[in-house]
Design a protein around this ligand. Structure first.
Ligand code: GDP
Ligand code: IMO
Ligand code: MG
Length: 477
């Protein structure tokens, strides 16, 4: 279905009323800027110039919560369209604008820029109730999202039985549970790969009733007979989701096709990763992972779009690396701190989940792990976040390798991870607050040395440094 009623010109034209938040204040994004500079000499015009526009992705290099949304917000000032391509409402993406805080779960963080279009790709699983709750809350905060959200007809739907199963399985597993967000993510993706899931387009189909009935019968049998839970009633779910379908109808489209058209027009597309590379279903710390592929290259499959014949500098995959490591939920965390340093980092970094409110486990930055993630996600540069949280520590440690494990590799078995012998390098800390620093040279010498060492240890240039949650608290190096 062509998305004719959402013509780019109209969407991207500035609106008459003043913006709700201060838009377009972030410095021009480095990669977009580089491409623009490369094409501004007059040699490339029209379609050729358009074809050289960069595509960027923001990908977490750890176990999630690296500060991806702050970075999306930083770069989104130069993006025409921001796309989520995997995950669901398990994500908790926080953007701080002035004193206001926005938490996104399913909606791309670019939504707070009033002339930016947002898309949720086929690789996502969508809980429509959660989505509308989020959209209503954005409305209440003065963000007009109408006409700016595209949703893939192929994205799978999260139903109440997915959430019920997620909760029941976790409860039954007790202490050996994964510690999921209980947003129904695993069961929804399981239905997708089992080829029994319902997709957004099904909400509008005459077949919705029979499809839902079939799925519900099967799920209720498990809910009742395996877990002793309460069955879910068809009528209520059917009516609610039929109504969601009607509400969603104007947003449903072939997202991949829209992205391809946008790309042909020279629009800048920004992909917003959710979770982190170490939570990837294939390459993360299985089974303590989420149920989607969180890796950078999955953006193309999860959005249904890829430009043929990419050349290197047209694609930037920005690896978001927190200056320490956190993890929420169960599973291996090789550099975890179980002492007062870990607690101090948690308190200062306000390391409490944006989706579930759970406290995050904290540890030292693990360069060996980040190198593994950067390789898998094809990261081209690092955006270092939350380095301000380390201020005041006398000594800062970084995991630099695992005894007996090849560089660039990460153990695949939980047993091996249990016995992992992490080798550390130690750096002297700094005591002056750095949240007001805006240039690399303004940072204390030990902070600069730490970052310079990371260029080497992570194997990628640290191009940007975040020294606080706000857009302005960013150093371009
Ligand atoms: P995401 O899931 O990767 O988008 O990250 P979250 O939003 O879950 O968690 C990151 C938290 O750190 C949020 O509360 C951000 O506002 C905050 N944050 C982001 N960057 C910085 C930073 O450089 N310094 C500090 N102190 N906080 C930051
Ligand atoms: P953002 O996008 C941190 C974790 C859960 C759990 C595991 C599986 O904010 O970085 P799930 O509900 O996905 O089946 O849970 O994955 N998890 C996250 N941890 N940040 C996230 O998202 C996460 N999304 C899921 O805590 O350990
Ligand atoms: Mg988060």
């Amino acid at each position: 279905m062509p998305f004719a009623h959402l013509a780019w010109r109209r969407i991207l034209a500035p609106r008459a009323q003043a913006p709700v938040v201060s838009f377009r204040t972030a410095p021009r994004c480095r990669h977009a800027c580089d491409i623009a500079a490369a094409t501004s000499g007059g040699a490339l015009r029209g379609e050729r110039k358009a074809a050289a526009m960069s595509i960027s992705a923001i990908i977490g290099m750890q176990w999630g919560d690296e500060g991806k949304a702050k970075v999306v917000d930083f770069f989104a000032s130069e993006a025409d369209i921001v796309v989520r391509f995997q995950g669901g409402a398990n994500a908790g993406h926080t953007v701080k604008v002035g004193e206001r805080e926005f938490i996104f779960h399913l909606v791309p963080s670019g939504m707070i820029y009033e002339d930016t279009l947002c898309a949720i790709g086929n690789g996502c699983v969508i809980d429509p109730g959660q989505l509308f709750e989020e959209l209503d809350s954005l409305n209440a905060q003065g963000i007009d999202w109408q006409g700016r959200l595209l949703i893939s007809e192929r994205a799978h739907v999260v139903f109440p039985y997915h959430k019920a199963l997620d909760e029941l399985r976790e409860a039954a597993a007790g202490a050996s549970g994964i510690g999921t967000t209980k947003r129904g993510i695993g069961p929804a993706y399981a239905d997708k790969v089992s080829r029994v899931g319902l997709r957004m387009a099904d909400l509008l189909s005459d077949e919705l009733g029979p499809l839902l009935q079939r799925s519900l019968d099967e799920k209720n049998a498990v809910i009742e007979n395996v877990y002793g839970g309460k069955p879910i009633r068809f009528k209520e779910v059917y009516e609610t989701y039929r109504a969601y379908g009607e509400r969603l109808k104007p947003m449903l489209c072939d997202v991949g096709l829209e992205l391809q058209r946008a790309d042909a027009q020279g629009k800048h597309i920004l992909f917003e990763g959710a979770q982190g590379t170490m939570l990837d279903i294939d390459h993360g710390t299985y089974p303590f992972v989420t149920s989607s592929n969180t890796l950078g290259p999955n953006m193309f499959a999860g959005a249904g779009f890829c430009r043929p014949g990419f050349v290197g500098d047209q694609l930037s995959i920005v690896g978001i690396v927190k200056a320490y490591t956190t993890r929420v939920g169960a599973g291996p965390l090789p550099t975890e701190l179980h002492d007062e340093v870990g607690e101090a980092i948690r308190d200062k970094g306000r390391e409490f989940g944006a989706t579930t409110g759970r406290s995050r486990r904290c540890g030292w930055l693990d360069a060996a792990q980040v190198r593994y993630a950067a390789r898998l996600s094809a990261a081209t540069e690092v955006f270092l976040t939350k380095i301000d949280v380390l201020t005041g520590l006398e000594e800062i440690r970084v995991g630099v390798g695992y005894r007996g494990v090849a560089a660039g590799s990460f153990p695949s078995c939980l047993r091996e991870l249990d016995d992992l012998d992490v080798q550390y390098e130690s750096f002297p800390g700094w005591s002056d607050e750095i949240t007001e620093c805006r240039r690399f040279e303004e940072l204390p010498v030990n902070a600069r040395r730490f970052i310079e060492a990371l260029d080497e240890l992570l194997g990628l240039p640290v191009r940007n440094i975040s020294v606080g949650p706000k857009r302005s608290q960013t150093i371009v190096r």
